[in-house]
Structure formats: C-alpha cells, structure tokens
Design a protein around this ligand. Structure first.
Ligand code: URA
Length: 239
C-alpha cells in the first residue's frame, strides 16, 4: 500500500504525523538508504525506511472496548496500587495501549483502549462530534424541568457554555433522579459539572454509549477487541 512518509512513520509508533514531519525535516529519515527531507514523499511496501539509521516497521494496531469497573484508573500513576484500566486487558500494556480520554475513578462504562495515537487524536477532535451517552444518578433538589432545560445549553462554573445536550429520559431513583443524556463534549468531569450547575450532585455515573457502541449485554470488567473498520463504523467516524 502506498502512503505518505509521515503517515508511515506514525504507524511505526513514532508520534503524530506532525511530529513525524519534523523527524523528516530534521534529516533523520532515510528511504532505501537515501535521506529524504520532503514529507510528502510516498513510500510503498517494498521500501525500507529508517530513522537515525535504524530500520522502522509499522506496529500492529489494537483497538479494544472495555466496560470499566468502578475504582479503576485511566492514568498509569498510582501510589495506592489501584488498577490501571489498560492492565485489565492481558497484553495491552506491552502493545503500547492507552485509554482514549478519561473516565473518573468512580465512573463505569465504555472506554476505548488502543495503541493508535492518530485514531485517538481524531476521536477527540470536535470535527467528528462523537456522541457519548451517560446514565447519571443525581441527588439534590433538581427539578425535572431544569434537567430537561439542559437541552438549551448549560453555563458551567468557569463561564463556558455547553451545547448539544440531549436528555433522553428522566426516572425516579431511590437516591433522586436517574437521567440518561447524550453529549459531545469530552472535558474532564463534564457530566458532574453539568449537574452541579443545576444544583445537583452525581452519585453514580455510567458511560452507556460511545457512538453506536453500547454497554447493554456487556458486563462490567469485560472487554473485546475490535478491528479499525468496525470501530470507525460503530462510532460514526466513517461518515
Ligand atoms: N463526566 C464526568 O463527570 N465524569 C466522567 O467520568 C465522564 C464524564
């Protein structure tokens, strides 16, 4: 398959396409033994590509979806011995996988785990506008009317405004209300902050969907491997 040199280097795990363009511009990349400084150069299957005179090869790409258990971390830095979500998938750490975005320690539900930095960056890009669905149990005296009103947008505590919220259902719950909502935002603690803006507190949070991927029938702690095309289709990136 023919492709641009920076894409090939990125598939070898050498960073984003932009970072790989810098490697090329720095004169560190050779194709078939000759230094190439033109990023658009096309390479094909038979070409040998090296960085600093070391041959590089595309890495196998892995894509997983995990139903994250509560109490597990999306960062690999913990002095308290809590589990890093990547370690729930045998071999994923060795494959260089990392979670796409973050869920809080107490949040359960779907998280993508991959070693494909490029796809991960694209998933986070607002252009793809990927819908995430959450089930939130909310306490406090929040009126159903105000919850429904989230669809008109919510001003957060930092003055920013969140649009594109859909409230899919509101049910009674022993602790208050159980709300199913969809958003496109990926900012940290976003669902908790939305309800805080209404005077409520989220005491239980599950990400039930990313695009067309759903937690239904998929127990907490379970994971499955997807191929890139299936994943792109499932989360609506093929449009
Ligand atoms: N919003 C939150 O508040 N927490 C999460 O883990 C995900 C979205």
């Amino acid at each position: 398959m023919e492709m641009r040199l920076q894409k090939f280097l990125s598939m070898c795990g050498l960073g984003s396409r932009r970072a790989c363009e810098r490697l090329i511009a720095g004169g560190r990349v050779k194709v078939n033994g000759s230094t190439v400084m033109e990023p658009g150069t096309r390479v094909t299957d038979g070409d040998s590509v090296s960085l600093d005179d070391k041959l590089v090869m595309p890495l196998e790409r892995y894509y997983y979806v995990l139903n994250k258990p509560p109490g597990t971390l999306c960062v690999d830095r913990d002095s308290r011995g809590r589990t890093y979500v990547v370690d729930l998938i045998p071999g994923a750490r060795e494959q260089g996988c990392f979670p796409v975005g973050r869920l809080d320690l107490d949040t359960t539900g779907l998280i993508l785990i991959t070693n494909d930095g490029e796809l991960s960056n694209r998933i986070a890009h607002p252009r793809y506008n990927i819908t995430k669905t959450y089930r939130a149990v909310v306490t406090g005296t929040v009126l159903d009317r105000d919850i429904k009103g989230m669809e008109r947008g919510v001003a957060l505590e930092d003055g920013s405004f969140v649009r594109d919220i859909m409230v899919l259902s509101i049910k009674r719950h022993p602790k208050g209300r159980e709300v199913l909502l969809s958003i496109h935002e990926g900012r940290r603690h976003i669902v908790k902050r939305l309800f805080l803006a209404l005077g409520g507190r989220v005491v239980e949070l599950e990400r039930t969907g990313i695009g067309g991927l759903r937690t239904e029938g998929f127990r907490v702690g379970r994971w499955k491997r997807l191929d890139a095309d299936k994943l792109r289709k499932a989360i609506g990136m093929d449009r």
